[in-house]
Design a protein around this ligand. Structure first.
Ligand SMILES: [Zn+2]
Length: 166
């Protein structure tokens, strides 16, 4: 009754609650806390149960935009995809070129601090469902951002749709 089929091999899998490293987001550092996971003992596959995917992606975008450290390449890519832009369109909004943007996204070139802030503002302005009130709060905190890019673990509470930096 409490079991499900594995999406990978079709064997009966277990339903458990645990923390899940959400690599599918494209971010390496996001943990969904205490969520339902369908675990297969047969092939080792684990599928997270995520009912509020759009809300989750929005929360993760906010977690990136509010992050008190410089953005990593993966985070720039996440924000670009979140607002549904290809490299060329996003580069043109930022007044940069697509090859430089690609270098940023692949951590081959350091992102200047002003570009970093502009990327956050553009993502916030164009991202679906991000509230103005929050934007004001985020921009006021810009002086506190340490310009060094850093991968910071983010822990997400899917029920409350909140996050903390570890
Ligand atoms: Zn399986």
């Amino acid at each position: 009754m409490n079991n499900k089929r594995c999406s990978n091999c079709g064997e009966v899998a277990r339903r458990v609650r645990e923390n899940y490293l959400f690599k599918e987001s494209g971010l390496s550092n996001v943990v969904l806390e205490n969520i339902e996971v369908i675990k297969c003992d047969h092939c080792g596959n684990a599928d997270p149960v995520i009912n509020k995917l759009n809300e989750l992606m929005r929360v993760l975008a906010l977690a990136v935009i509010e992050k008190p450290w410089g953005l990593t390449g993966g985070e720039v890519r996440y924000l670009r995809k979140f607002i549904g832009m290809n490299g060329e369109s996003f580069a043109s909004v930022l007044h940069t070129d697509k090859s430089l943007l690609s270098k940023w996204e692949n951590n081959h070139e350091k992102i200047g601090s002003k570009s970093d802030l502009l990327i956050r503002c553009v993502a916030f302005s164009l991202g679906p469902g991000l509230e103005e009130e929050r934007l004001r709060r985020v921009v006021r905190k810009f002086p506190e951002i340490n310009e060094t890019p850093k991968v910071v673990p983010v822990r997400v509470d899917l029920e409350e749709l909140t996050y903390t930096y570890a």
